[in-house]
Design a protein around this ligand. Structure first.
Ligand SMILES: [Zn+2]
Length: 238
């Protein structure tokens, strides 16, 4: 593209889209685990396989609606939490949705829950982050960039809570109300450095004798993908 413009003797800036063009909404899908990190296990499946299968189906549904989708991984690949956040921050994304499957010590629990991911970077290790060379705002003074990040994190919490509630509603509609474990927030679910609204959905318990088998079923995976994508589409339309 660029070569074509140069050949025509045009300046690179003329290649910019018109000012009134709205860029497509961008969602980062994060299939939990991957590579050497298999996650939980049940019914001959690793969590990393289930999360990837569902994420691919969610991506297809979102793209069909004109939504831009980036995935933190598209294959069986080991990723650190940091690498997942970097994918989301560099775009930058409008929403970040991490997909997981659960397990319980007694193998008796079942149901779905959505965590609001708290980007408590400043509280936890502000100094370490401030010395981080990674920046989501190239060309902006680092101190100002961090301040803007803090402001964005505050408002993104509200949006994340909204999305989490929609996620639970969409899952209830398709999987029944008895499985609803609700919206949660805790210190275990932190997405360091992220500034966009971020949630983590646990679609069900892979080690449950009944639910685990269902999660391995492509038709149920499609049902879960329907729920997750419809919650995202509703959130972006608001
Ligand atoms: Zn997981």
């Amino acid at each position: 593209m660029l070569l074509g413009f140069l050949a025509l003797g045009e300046r690179a800036s003329t290649a910019a889209p018109p000012a009134d063009a709205t860029p497509p909404a961008t969602v980062v899908l994060d299939p939990g685990h991957g590579g050497s990190n298999g996650g939980t296990r049940g019914h001959g499946l690793n969590e990393k396989q289930v999360t990837l299968a569902i994420a691919h189906q969610v991506a297809t549904r979102l793209r069909a609606q004109g939504i831009r989708v980036e995935m933190t991984r598209v294959a069986d690949r080991t990723l650190t939490l940091r690498q997942r956040v970097v994918v989301a921050d560099k775009i930058p994304a409008d929403l970040f949705v991490s997909i997981h499957a659960n397990a319980s010590p007694t193998r008796t629990q079942r149901g779905f829950e959505t965590f609001v991911l708290t980007p408590r970077a400043v509280d936890i290790d502000g100094r370490a982050l401030r010395s981080d060379t990674l920046t989501t705002r190239p060309g902006v003074d680092p101190e100002i960039a961090h301040m803007l990040d803090d402001v964005e994190r505050g408002s993104s919490q509200w949006e994340a809570a909204d999305l989490a509630m929609r996620m639970q509603q969409a899952l209830r509609d398709r999987r029944g109300t008895t499985g609803d474990r609700g919206v949660r927030q805790d210190s275990q679910h932190v997405l360091l450095g992220a500034t966009m609204p971020a949630v983590l959905v646990e679609v069900g318990f892979l080690d449950h004798p009944v639910e685990g088998k269902e999660l391995a079923d492509p038709a149920v995976q499609g049902q879960l993908a329907d729920a997750i994508s419809s919650a995202i589409i509703d959130q972006l339309a608001d």
